[in-house]
Design a protein around this ligand. Structure first.
Ligand code: CMC
Length: 429
């Protein structure tokens, strides 16, 4: 939706620029022609005020704490949907009917196994390799087994998209489980074509002769965790996926780059950092008070708090906070980390430092407590985020690939280095 009524004044000159309107009333000044017209570029380090694309996948209103996928609220999806159904919605734009959902579920179910020769790739990693390093490498390597899906020719890659999407959503979970077992020196376990999260838990925790039994609803809790991570518009890893895709790269290469971007502690790595922070607070005998003071004095960062877009409670954190309590209740665990987390949250929400900066719990604040309760080791937490985010990465890759007008992403810069200098041969330096 375009409205040709924007204008910008630079010095004594006015430049007319179109305004772009989103379906939820968001407005953008379209500056694409500004440099050609005026010689100016726009400068926005960190892209806090830059729209990099028009997208119809996910809507966030950070001031009001709203998150919707394809128009459906995250609260409704959390109450009624599943990870696999939400994945379909995010990728294809509509809730599937019974038959389509069945077909998509079966496509994912039947693709869990990886080529036997991939076992040798795993053997090449040292014990102690970070699971995110392994996941990123293995997803890119996976593409090597599917030359028809990695042509880097958009029409051909798109012609295989349904298969590639189901394959990635399925195998990312197998690779994650294999990574864990490799680290523990355990033999790999073959998939049994179970429901999505049951299959993952089986591949993680079954023994060759004893099948894992889910006695406390771990599969359901995990399904909710994954669903709440399914997409989150133009975050660091999704923007990375779009950036890589914009150059024409295939889906395997693009999501592998997304995993690398997710790894950092300001992004997906925060879920590991939260548990490490809570464990340190617990071990030091602090009830959270000293830590809050340290965060205010900028000696520490309250991990799992704050968000670039949400200036209100992250709706995913609200859902996960409730779920954490019920999961621990069901399992019968009394985790002191949950008490510390709740105390930190209460203290922060009443403290001027956090209030004035609009710092609220984000999705990572409670998610680690759930993952820990169902037996996922801390070093695997960000991998779990990656499994959940796969549908969002796929949907964003698809949006770029299907847009015949999309251009390679190539920001400009303001150069601040030396001006022209004469080259001096090494013997004269
Ligand atoms: N603890 C203490 N102070 C904070 C925090 C925090 N977690 N987050 C922001 N602040 C302060 C910051 O010091 C700054 O204060 P001042 O204006 O006085 O210098 C102000 O709030 C604005 O912070 P910012 O770093 O400029 O904000 P940002 O939008 O660049 O960063 C963030 C957003 C998520 C990286 C940041 O809030 C953070 O580091 N949070 C902790 C890490 C975390 O939980 N990350 C997960 C994000 S949600 C899931 C995901 O995207 O993967």
């Amino acid at each position: 939706m375009d409205e040709p009524n924007g204008s910008i004044r630079l010095g004594s000159e006015n430049f007319d620029l179109p305004v772009i309107l989103g379906t939820e009333g968001e407005r953008a000044l379209d500056t694409r022609t500004l440099r050609a017209k005026s010689g100016f570029i726009t400068y926005d380090e960190g892209y806090g005020n830059t729209g990099s694309c028009q997208s119809s996948i996910t809507f966030i209103n950070g001031e009001e704490g709203i998150l919707r996928h394809r128009g459906y609220s995250i609260e409704d999806l959390a109450a009624g949907s599943s990870f696999v159904e939400t994945a379909y919605l995010v990728i294809y734009g509509e809730l599937p009917g019974k038959e389509r959902l069945h077909g998509f579920t079966e496509a994912i179910r039947s693709k869990a196994a990886v080529h036997a020769s991939m076992n040798h790739h795993f053997e090449g990693f040292p014990i102690g390799a970070h699971p995110m390093a392994v996941l990123s490498s293995m997803l890119n390597s996976l593409g090597a087994y599917y030359p028809q899906m990695t042509t880097n020719n958009r029409e051909q890659d798109l012609a295989h998209l349904d298969e590639t999407a189901a394959l990635l959503i399925s195998k990312v979970r197998t690779i994650a489980a294999m990574t864990y077992r490799m680290q523990k020196g355990l033999p790999f376990v073959f998939p049994l074509e179970k429901e999505y999260t049951e299959e993952f838990l089986h591949m993680m925790f079954s023994k060759p002769h004893i099948e894992y039994v889910d006695e406390c609803g771990a599969a359901k809790a995990l399904d909710l965790f994954l669903m709440l991570h399914a997409d989150h518009e133009q975050n660091c890893s999704t923007s990375t996926v779009r950036m890589v895709a914009s150059g024409g790269a295939n889906l395997f290469a693009s999501v592998s780059a997304g995993v690398s971007a997710l790894w950092g502690p300001s992004h997906g790595g925060a879920n590991m950092a939260v548990i490490q922070m809570l464990e340190e607070i617990h071990a030091s005998g602090d009830d959270g008070t000293r830590f809050i003071e340290a965060a205010k004095n900028r000696e520490a960062r309250l991990m799992g708090f704050g968000h670039r877009v949400y200036k209100n409670y992250d709706p995913r954190a609200r859902i996960l906070g409730k779920s954490a309590e019920s999961v621990l209740d069901r399992i019968g665990i009394d985790d002191p980390l949950l008490d510390i987390a709740k105390r930190l949250e209460r203290a922060a929400l009443e403290d001027e430092f956090f209030i004035s900066r609009n710092l609220y719990p984000n999705v990572d604040f409670y998610s680690g407590i759930i993952l820990k309760a169902i037996g996922i080791p801390v070093e695997m937490f960000t991998v779990m985020f990656a499994i959940g985010r796969m549908p969002g990465w796929i949907a964003n890759w698809k949006e770029i690939a299907e847009n015949t007008k999309s251009r390679i992403h190539r920001p400009r810069q303001i150069y601040t280095g030396h001006t022209l200098r004469d080259y001096v041969p090494v013997e004269k330096r």
